[in-house]
Design a protein around this ligand. Sequence first.
Ligand code: THU
Length: 124
Amino acid sequence: MLAAALAAREHAHAPYSHFLVGAALEDVHGRVHTGCNVENATYGLTVCAERVAVLKAISEGVRDFRRIAVAADTETLTPPCGACRQILWEFCGDIEITLVNPRGVSETMRMKDLFPRAFDASFL
Ligand code: THU
């Protein structure tokens, strides 16, 4: 999973920030759905690696997920942005999430700890 996230990072389209991110999302069948950040000249249309991975999987009919790995080249490991946390919670719930950098430093946590007191369908 960590290698898959690091490999996906190599596909990042990040000519504006030069900040390359990769994600690898494993479903309950063991299939891995990867994503990278895809930036746009209008900046605001940029999509993060995590959301690309989730939306790719959802668009293929996959609904149940086990864990996700997110790769970026930072010493302090890069966590998902707020928008991605909300999307991950919506589709993946309290999955395991591992942050990793190219030096192999990693940290694993649960989404409920990264995204406490989330707003979700239970309120509707
Ligand atoms: N980015 C991600 O893809 N995922 C994250 O978790 C943090 C930020 C991207 C968005 C943008 O292309 C670049 O990193 C800088 O914010």
